[in-house]
Design a binder for this molecule. Structure first.
Ligand SMILES: Cc1cc2nc3c(=O)[nH]c(=O)nc-3n(C[C@H](O)[C@H](O)[C@H](O)COP(=O)(O)OP(=O)(O)OC[C@H]3O[C@@H](n4cnc5c(N)ncnc54)[C@H](O)[C@@H]3O)c2cc1C
Length: 307
């Protein structure tokens, strides 16, 4: 029987583990398919406070993990496959193991949707990104491309125009899902150029491990051409990792956990932390802050229940 199980080993899960371990709760962290979470996909992180020269994403999350382990947190390989949250203790099926726990912290993140091209996957963190706030600064005076046709693509294109010499927005259709106001803003931006009915066939630069351009294809004419690009931003949405809790933890229509205040979910004893509940900020520091909140709430919950 565990006091606290944490699902996810990104910034939110690791920070929750540090706090829960220092509260002597010996948390168990289930690492999931992506140990270290989304920061393990990136290179330099320049906006996490405390690192004036920046720090590599994988190093930052590894440091957090070591910090939690130093205080007694345990890490388990594998993913949560099933959860019975209908009664306490909660019953979790983690690969081959069944674990029972008094409280649960869900820090399973929201994975960025990618185009799925092998070249794109190889160049994540090397010119390919899914986060303008995180990586826009690296592309001052450079050529930027944004993929997508919704509000987030418009927002990212506008934001990135502060840095890039030009921003090309590529959308596979002729119509946009984006709201009129967001679209109008992007259209009024002299730095943003639109390429419609166009798809990316390949991101170029794999041999040198740095994006140099893209190969594009117009779906109407069949024309294929290459274009020079330094920063390639995919803005086609995120998928909150909540499928395993479906029908138990309340979410919005897109699957983001609905907060009941603080770090609370609709189920007493189950807390949320990080991007799995946050469609707005999606940053390492906000995820870490949320992990701290969730661990403190779990500790108070256990205290109130006499554990
Ligand atoms: C390329 C890239 C660059 C970025 N750069 C920056 C940056 O410079 N600065 C910044 O502040 N932010 C940056 N971000 C955003 C930042 O990485 C996220 O906001 C942050 O990682 C969110 O942390 P999290 O712990 O909530 O979720 P995640 O980091 O997404 O971690 C989720 C964890 O849950 C686990 N998981 C999922 N499902 C299960 C399951 N069923 N069972 C067990 N575990 C599960 C996963 O394995 C993973 O460990 C970047 C993101 C990307 C993709």
């Amino acid at each position: 029987m565990r006091d606290v199980v944490i699902i996810g080993s990104g910034c939110a899960g690791n920070t929750a583990a540090i706090y829960a371990a220092r509260a002597n709760l010996k948390p168990l962290v289930v690492q999931g398919h992506e140990a270290g979470g989304q920061l393990s996909l990136t290179t330099l992180v320049e906006n996490f406070p405390g690192f004036p020269e920046g720090i590599l994403g994988p190093e930052l999350v590894e440091n957090m993990k070591k910090q939690a382990q130093n205080f007694g947190a345990e890490y388990l390989h594998g993913s949560l496959l099933e959860a019975d949250l209908s009664k306490r203790p909660f019953r979790l099926s983690i690969e081959e193991e069944i674990v029972e726990t008094r409280t649960l912290i869900v820090a399973s993140g929201a994975s960025a949707r990618w185009l799925g091209l092998p070249s794109e996957q190889k160049l994540i963190g090397h010119g390919v990104s899914s986060c303008a706030t995180c990586d826009g600064f690296f592309y001052r005076g450079r050529k930027i491309m944004v993929i997508g046709g919704g509000d987030s693509a418009m927002e990212e294109a506008n934001f990135l125009s502060r840095f890039g010499s030009e921003v090309t927005l590529v959308h596979r259709r002729g119509q946009f899902r984006a709201s009129k106001i967001m679209l109008d803003r992007a259209r009024a931006n002299p730095k943003v150029k639109f390429l419609l009915n166009t798809v990316v066939d390949e991101v170029l630069g794999v041999a040198g491990n740095l994006v140099t351009g893209v190969r594009l294809r117009n779906l109407e004419t069949g024309a294929v051409w290459e274009q020079e690009v330094d920063g390639f931003f995919v803005a086609i949405g995120h998928i909150p990792n909540t499928a395993v809790f479906k029908g138990q933890i309340e979410t919005d229509a897109d699957g983001y956990i609905l907060s009941k205040g603080g770090a609370r979910t609709n189920i007493p004893g189950v807390f949320h932390a990080g991007d799995v509940q946050d469609r707005t900020y999606r940053q390492a520091i906000t995820a870490s802050g949320a992990g701290c909140m969730a661990a403190m709430e779990a500790e108070r919950f256990l205290e109130a229940e006499g554990h």
